[in-house]
Ligand binder design. Structure first.
Ligand SMILES: [Zn+2]
Length: 535
């Protein structure tokens, strides 16, 4: 029996994905499983660069499975696995722990406990190529960061590593040598002294959270705090910062407060109002860890004068953390929407001209159009479109504003954040957004979304000109089937300048302009397209 099981485990293990990229296709074992809680209790030893501890995962099964399947990067030593206190045989192969299922009941909570230790991977380019970053601060103290959005949280704790499975909360216990602090999500519950001058820091969040958002940063931090009032409700703002950067800390929190006021006014209440808005000084640029955003931007400001990393990560508390996707193929809902929020902020604070130039240089200037921003289903967090998921994603919302009007867009964005979803824990999809916009406009805008989201190439505007006497006859039309973006044009007519919005489709539309006059297409640069002149 035991032999047969071992053989079966090897076969299964060879079929499961071996990469350390978050997301992808869920195995049958994990499709049958819903994780609802993590209790992470680990010791981080910065002297030896190893971690060790116990993780308890509360879960239920929808379907019977032969194994309970947990993700944990290979290389760790797993010294025990139990379910509901019963030790069980298991295999740890590639990046999977496969535990014999002792025939547990369906639709009720069970707890799988994993004991493990080992050297976590070191981040080669955090936060994008993630792992641990072992640094020292100016006072010689250890300074440790963890980043895992792209690679998955299973690079540091056992979990079901997939964006579709948010848990309802987490307890995080991190033991570190004194006087280091371990900073994490939610609220600090206790700090307990351990033997040999180590302390165990207990953090707890009672809000739904994605695996990659559960995080820890360790350092000899000072704590800067203030209370902000958003819609008259108090919110704790906390910044855990190394002493060498402390003097600018309060100014950073003041700026964060202004950003949070902006986001709340456009997108509704700060989602984690009962816990905190947290920032922790990290040895890498930034990441949207829920209630404890990584911040390592050295207080750099954009030309306009605000801290872009601070702004961007704070926006993820709405776009990505509160509203999140279940498939990384829909990642533009995290990054594109959050990036577009910056254009709205620039417009609000610095005026429409600044916003126009921001959208043109920062968004349009960065778009590559090599891959669709919404790739095929079951994507991973190493997104194929590169930065297009940010900038083209943001530009899609900008074009949508042109197409449906700013008021409808603003209302729809807020509604999208807070409306009931098909999936639990406010998880959504591109499909759900498209349906919402079609519903709110009473139009079928699939021709728009299908082109800009699911195709890499830009739509092509074909143009044919003929001169006759003192006029130029110009025929223009969209080459792409079903595409019908209206197009603003400006030209000098015989009696002065003329502005028009043309309803275009796949049939040629004729414009007649005086010879010598210039025709300007999309003068306000609202649309992404290419022009193909046929003569
Ligand atoms: Zn982002």
């Amino acid at each position: 029996m035991k032999k047969a099981l071992a053989l079966q485990l090897i076969v299964v293990a060879s079929l499961v994905r071996a990469s350390t990229e978050s997301g992808g296709i869920l195995s049958d074992n994990q499709k049958a499983m819903d994780v609802s809680y993590y209790k992470i209790d680990i010791k981080v030893d910065p002297y030896r660069k190893i971690i060790s501890g116990v993780v308890e995962i509360t879960f239920s099964l929808f379907q019977k499975t032969d194994q309970i399947e947990i993700d944990l990067k290979k290389g760790y030593v797993v010294s025990g696995a139990s379910i509901n206190g019963m030790s069980l045989s298991f295999e740890h192969q590639e990046n999977k722990i496969l535990i014999e299922n002792p025939d547990i009941g369906l639709f009720s909570d069970h707890v799988v406990e994993i004991k493990y230790s080992g050297k976590p991977p070191e981040a080669s380019n955090p936060p994008w190529d993630g792992g641990f970053t072992w640094e020292t601060s100016d006072d010689g103290s250890h300074w440790v960061g963890v980043s895992c959005q792209a690679n998955g949280a299973h690079i540091w704790y056992p979990c079901k590593e997939h964006p579709s499975d948010k848990v309802r909360g987490a307890d995080i216990f991190i033991t570190v040598p004194d006087p280091l602090m371990a900073v994490s999500n939610g609220l600090l519950q206790s700090v307990e002294s351990q033997k040999n001058k180590w302390s165990k820091w207990h953090w707890k969040t009672k809000y739904p959270i994605s695996t990659y958002n559960i995080n820890v940063t360790i350092g000899n931090f000072s704590t800067i705090e203030k209370t902000s009032y958003l819609f008259d409700k108090p919110l704790l703002l906390s910044y855990y910062v190394l002493p060498e950067a402390e003097s600018e800390g309060l100014a950073l929190l003041n700026e964060a407060e202004e950003h949070l006021e902006f986001y709340s006014s456009y997108f509704g209440e700060y989602p984690w109002i009962d816990e905190k808005f947290g920032l922790v000084h990290t040895p890498y640029s930034g990441m949207e860890h829920q209630t404890i955003n990584a911040y390592g931007n050295n207080y750099k400001k954009t030309k306009l004068g605000y801290d872009f990393i601070l702004f961007h990560e704070a926006g993820h508390e709405w776009w990505g953390n509160y509203l999140s996707v279940a498939d990384w193929s829909d990642m533009w809902i995290h990054e594109g929407f959050d990036t577009y929020a910056e254009a709205i902020y620039v417009e609000d604070k610095y005026g429409p001209e600044s916003a126009q130039s921001f959208i043109d240089t920062r968004f349009r200037g960065s778009i590559k159009n090599k891959f669709p921003i919404v790739p095929a289903a079951h994507g991973t967090a190493k997104h194929s479109s590169g930065n297009d998921v940010y900038y083209k994603g943001a530009f899609v919302l900008h074009m949508l504003r042109y197409l449906i009007g700013y008021e409808v867009l603003k209302e729809s964005l807020k509604e999208f954040l807070h409306m009931p979803k098909d999936l639990p824990h406010n998880q959504t999809s591109t499909k759900e957004f498209v349906s919402l916009i079609n519903e709110n406009t009473g139009k079928d805008l699939n021709w728009f979304f299908n082109h800009y989201l699911y195709k890499a190439d830009l739509p092509i505007l074909k143009m044919n000109q003929k001169k006759y006497k003192n006029k130029v006859y110009i025929d223009i039309w969209w080459d792409n089937d079903g595409f019908k973006m209206p197009l603003d044009i400006v030209y000098s007519a015989f009696d002065g300048p003329r502005e028009k919005r043309l309803d275009l489709n796949n049939s040629p539309k004729r414009i007649v302009i005086p010879e010598g006059s210039t025709l300007s297409l999309d003068p306000d640069k609202n649309i992404l397209f290419e022009v193909l002149e046929l003569n």
